[in-house]
Write a protein that binds this ligand. Structure first.
Ligand code: MEV
Length: 342
């Protein structure tokens, strides 16, 4: 047996530009220090003289077990599995092609033994929270599976495989989540152009979970309904303009201007119907506690809000953390930009 086949994908936080990015506007985003880590392995059960043929060999490549805190599934054989995670992995597998592991080395499989491909791992980001957990999962899965196959998989190939799986989860994703999950760092993402890396100045973000799950596909559909799918919708144009102001602010190291762009973006996202009373309340509480700006992040409707502070250890960060804790929310603070860990 070779060494463990490990794959990682990063979570992400969108500072500016969600939803508008689907319509071709740029978005400013950063990878989170945490994400999903998966280990792929072949599990060989003891030889069973009467093992059914379907279990005796990995004839069906997506007979897999996936074990994460939020997903504990055995993916059964079948042409089109029903569970979205199983369908996503099937799509990913097809896209990986020869980089997907075909079968364990024959020397590892006693005659008549049952073989299962197991993906086990851990997630250090909240699921269904707008922090890119599904992209982190699919990128980690692509990398872990290719590692098990001892196949070279560059970032573009990992992103293509992960994108195929993301389409199962989210319909027509912009590709932003997968780009950050694959590349890490921070940058400006544009559909068709990909991620242009950008150095963030040192900054702190307080992330609070509204407590409500969200569905990216539902929120993207809501925006399409409200805008009639028109890129020229004034709210999308205003979101695009906020990103441009935010990118200029980042280049100038002007956190106050970045915070103002975030406030403006939250207002437009609320106008598009993807905020919630809880997310609005969180943003107001954060601003009152001294945050430089606050907004929902990701698809909205639930999930997380972010508050910009000069650093994770400053008085404003402590006040935002306290205000959100008093609302009964789960919180975390992350340092981004130059000198930030991970
Ligand atoms: C989801 O993280 C961000 C959205 O803009 C959807 C997408 O980019 O695919 C809402």
């Amino acid at each position: 047996m070779t060494g463990p086949a490990i794959g990682r994908g990063a979570g992400k936080v969108i500072l500016l530009g969600e939803h508008a990015v689907v319509y071709g506007y740029p978005a400013l985003a950063a990878a989170l220090p945490g994400g999903v880590e998966l280990t792929a392995s072949w599990q060989v059960a003891p030889a069973q003289p009467a093992a059914p043929a379907a279990l005796a060999a990995p004839a069906d490549p997506w007979r897999m077990r996936v074990e994460l805190p939020q997903w504990q599934l055995s993916l059964d054989t079948g042409a089109e599995p029903a569970h979205p995670v199983a369908r996503a992995l099937a799509a990913l597998w097809r896209e990986l092609g020869p980089a997907a592991p075909a079968s364990p080395p024959a020397s590892q499989v006693p005659p008549g033994a049952a073989v299962e491909l197991a993906l086990r791992g851990q997630a250090s980001i909240w699921p269904s929270a707008g922090l890119g957990s599904s992209a982190a999962f699919t990128v980690a899965a692509a990398r872990a599976l290719a590692a098990l196959a001892a196949a070279a998989l560059d970032d573009d190939a990992a992103a293509r495989a992960a994108d195929a799986a993301e389409r199962v989860f989210h319909g027509k994703p912009s590709g932003l989540d997968v780009a950050l999950a694959t590349a890490g760092g921070a940058g400006v993402f544009e559909r068709g152009r990909g991620l242009t890396p950008l150095h963030l100045p040192p900054l702190g973000l307080v992330i609070g979970h509204s407590g409500a799950p969200r569905s990216t596909a539902d929120m993207v559909a809501r925006v399409a309904e409200r805008t009639g799918g028109a890129r020229s919708d004034a709210r999308l144009v205003a979101l695009g303009a906020a990103v441009e102001r935010g990118v200029r602010a980042v280049a100038a190291g002007d956190l106050s201007a970045l915070g103002a762009a975030m406030d403006a973006a939250h207002h437009q996202l609320a106008e598009l119907g993807v905020s919630s009373p809880r997310l609005d309340e969180m943003c107001q509480a954060a601003r009152a506690a001294g945050a430089l700006g606050a907004k929902l992040t990701g698809a909205g409707g639930g999930g997380c809000a972010i508050a910009l502070v000069p650093s994770v250890s400053c008085a404003e960060a402590e006040r935002v953390l306290r205000a959100w804790s008093e609302l009964g929310l789960a919180t975390r603070a992350v340092a981004l930009g130059a000198g930030a860990p991970g």
